[in-house]
Ligand binder design. Structure first.
Ligand code: SMO
Length: 706
């Protein structure tokens, strides 16, 4: 649990969390003090697909310091929890926590080793011999494979004749969330009460507790789940993994305290990955440039097992298309299949980046083909602010927003006309430079979040939320929200999060929903507490509230200028201008930090990051030697302007802000790269936009010239 009251008077430049975080006084997974705890390591599958014939653990068991080596035979048959049924599952899902007969991805847990130190546990795990018969691995999808899930949206009749029609095929490679802190879980068995305390870095402590309780065969009341300080989550810590559940099972089995923290390599190989899709689209325009039809086929490749939110990216990508644009007719087909690979779950954006990438690439390509300026083409087709709330052809209700204003203000900040002029001059000098735009919408979750507000007799206030933080600064924001609602100073407010013993059951921190929905729950609870106080209630006044809401939709517009080195293809993001509308902003400094952080991860996906499996299903980008994340000198200055169209759907008028950078920035960079190469015609490009890929595109052109 994190419990924070401000310790510094300087609240405007630091968050109340920062004093502990910056002084090394935070409590991350490995900092949880558990004297006498044993350490766990996992024996993992070396094969992407194999039959498991026999496990030889004797050498490991004989090692000094080893407490136990446990297999599925020892721990019993346990399966992963059922997933969020947002889309229909066409394939049965019954995935074991520990493999017993079948291995289905490299890194799949096969046995648990418990020892007196982490090093001994890891060394002993390496001594366990798995006798396997390798089978052919399926690393990507094929049309022959039966889908795990599917979705579709149809509206109107696609035109049979169009003045202009453009088509694109894009691949959005798998990436890893790369939290600074790898996954971590500890469990302490209380033999006297047959109960367990679990420390898990989690975005969703309430659901994690329910998942743990089910596997342990315990009532929820016997399971306390504490999410300590968490060094980044980004979706990858939104759903429990086999490893998390096995930590708790092992503690129960041994009636002991055990702890496990993943290595960086384990997070690469077996942590939850993100993205991984092929996006095909076709956009039709009439002679005036109106969008008359959009058809899209989306294919997501999921892993060997499905985390709770596995179908969310496909669902989001399909339902968000066509983004902020009016389209007369729509036909979106989506499906997901599974591969012999690590699990894929939501990752910052979760389908929103895919929708923006496909739509915005099509829009720019259409502008080039029709000979219309891409800004003018967008202005012609954007949904008008006066049409809000607007029901999209896929049936989503956009609550509010002024997309044309975003585009106009971004153009003004970017000085679009002058930038185009300079681009023409540079091109005339033989330079390669592109300007790319992207608009996006960002749905920010629906359903409930909880808050418990306690007014103490001495004026102090305690706020407990169901939405814990993993670095976003919720304690600062939530205290500010409560203080404003109660008319008191934020220094009087203590914020509790991430402890199922002290916080109400909640949904959790995901989908950019915590301020809009979780914050509104706090406002609602504060208002009722005030009313009770005015009615003469006795202290402490304790109020539990849930706030339930329809989805609020953020939106934004990104403009990027990208230069390419003519000799090496090396891309440089020269300028990034970004107009974002997240509705009412509670704390501008924190919102800004979220935008910049999201932009860094978006830039990583666009320019650098890619997980690669070989044909045998071995991850060949399993370390930071092979997988490139953005560094400080990869980041351009980001010029951000904010619009504030309040959402009518919650008490704060707030919308999401955490995922925006991952949504708009990659699409704008893709369009900038394609614009840079547009003198060569339409170039098929994919993420990451490496020097090699860009250089090859230029080379192919010159070879054709010879
Ligand atoms: S990808 Mo987020 O944690 O909904």
């Amino acid at each position: 649990m994190t419990s924070t009251t401000p310790s510094s008077a300087n609240q405007h430049t630091t968050r109340r969390e920062d004093n502990a975080l910056l002084r090394g006084q935070a409590c991350f997974g490995q900092d949880v003090a558990l004297p006498g705890a044993w350490h766990m390591a996992f024996v993992r599958s070396p094969h992407a697909h194999a039959s498991l014939l026999r496990i030889d653990a004797q050498a490991a068991k004989d090692m000094t310091g080893v407490v136990a080596v446990l297999t599925a035979t020892d721990l019993g048959e346990h399966h992963m929890p059922q997933i969020n049924p947002l889309l229909p599952l066409l394939q049965p899902q019954d995935f074991p926590l520990l493999a017993s007969t079948s291995l289905n991805y490299v890194g799949q847990p096969v046995a648990v080793v418990v020892a007196n130190t982490r090093q001994t546990a890891q060394a002993a795990a390496a001594q366990v011999v798995l006798h396997c018969q390798a089978l052919p691995a399926r690393t990507d999808w094929s049309d022959a494979q039966a889908p795990t899930t599917h979705t579709q949206h149809r509206h109107g009749q696609l035109p049979s004749h169009s003045a202009h029609q453009v088509q694109v095929q894009l691949v959005s490679p798998r990436v890893t969330a790369m939290a600074m802190e790898p996954r971590s879980c500890s469990a302490q068995w209380h033999a006297d009460t047959a109960s367990v305390t679990i420390w898990l870095g989690s975005q969703t402590p309430s659901r994690a507790r329910a998942d743990m309780a089910r596997v342990l065969g315990l009532p929820h009341s016997q399971v306390r789940l504490i999410s300590p300080d968490v060094g980044g989550a980004f979706g990858a810590k939104a759903s429990v993994s086999p490893e998390d559940l096995l930590v708790a099972l092992t503690a129960q089995h041994l009636r002991a305290t055990v702890r496990w923290t993943a290595t960086r390599s384990e997070d690469f190989a077996a942590g939850m990955q993100g993205r991984g899709s092929q996006l095909n689209g076709r956009l039709s325009l009439d002679a005036q440039g109106n969008f008359t039809g959009l058809s899209a086929q989306l294919h997501f490749t999921l892993g060997a097992w499905l985390p709770f939110s596995a179908v969310v990216p496909l669902r989001n990508a399909a339902r968000i298309l066509p983004g902020p644009y009016r389209v007369a007719a729509l036909d979106v087909q989506g499906q997901a299949t599974q591969a012999h690979a690590a699990p894929v779950n939501i990752y910052r954006g979760a389908g929103r980046p895919e929708a923006a990438l496909l739509m915005e690439t099509l829009v720019e390509q259409a502008a080039r083909q029709a000979g219309i300026d891409p800004v003018a083409l967008r202005l012609k087709n954007l949904i008008a602010a006066t049409d809000m709330p607007y029901t999209t052809p896929s049936g989503e209700v956009l609550d509010s927003g002024d997309y044309a204003a975003l585009l106009r203000q971004a153009c003004e900040k970017f000085d679009y006309t002058a930038e185009r002029q300079q681009q023409a001059e540079r091109r005339a000098r033989g330079e390669w430079v592109g300007i790319g735009l992207a608009l996006y919408v960002e749905p920010c979750g629906q359903g409930f979040e909880s808050a418990r507000v306690t007014l103490h007799g001495d004026g102090r206030v305690t706020v407990a939320s169901g939405a814990p933080a993993q670095g976003q600064g919720h304690a600062t924001t939530f205290a500010q929200i409560a203080a404003e609602a109660l008319g008191c100073d934020a220094s009087l407010v203590t914020v509790l999060m991430g402890d199922t013993d002290h916080c109400p059951d909640g949904t959790g921190a995901l989908a950019s929903r915590s301020t809009a929905i979780g914050g509104s729950a706090i406002v609602q609870a504060c208002r009722r507490a005030l009313a009770l106080r005015e009615g003469g209630a006795t202290y402490p006044i304790v109020v539990d509230e849930r706030f339930t809401s329809d989805e609020a939709w953020s939106c934004g517009c990104v403009m990027a200028r990208l230069g390419l080195d003519p000799d090496t293809g090396h891309p440089t993001v020269e300028r990034l201008v970004w107009a974002d509308d997240a509705g009412h902003i509670v704390n501008p400094t924190l919102a800004h930090g979220q935008l910049v952080g999201g932009a860094a991860q978006g830039l990583g996906q666009a320019m650098l990051e890619r997980l690669v499996y070989d044909a045998q299903g071995q991850l060949i980008t399993g370390s930071l030697m092979d997988y490139a994340v953005p560094r400080a000198d990869d980041m351009p200055a980001i010029e951000i302007i904010s619009l504030h169209t309040p959402s009518p759907n919650n008490l704060l008028g707030a919308k999401g802000v955490g995922e925006a950078g991952c949504i708009g920035v990659p699409a704008a960079l893709m369009n900038a790269a394609r614009d840079a190469l547009s003198p060569l015609g339409e170039c098929a490009l994919n993420f990451p936009l490496t020097s090699e890929q860009l250089w090859r595109a230029m080379q192919d052109h010159f070879e054709e010239d010879l």
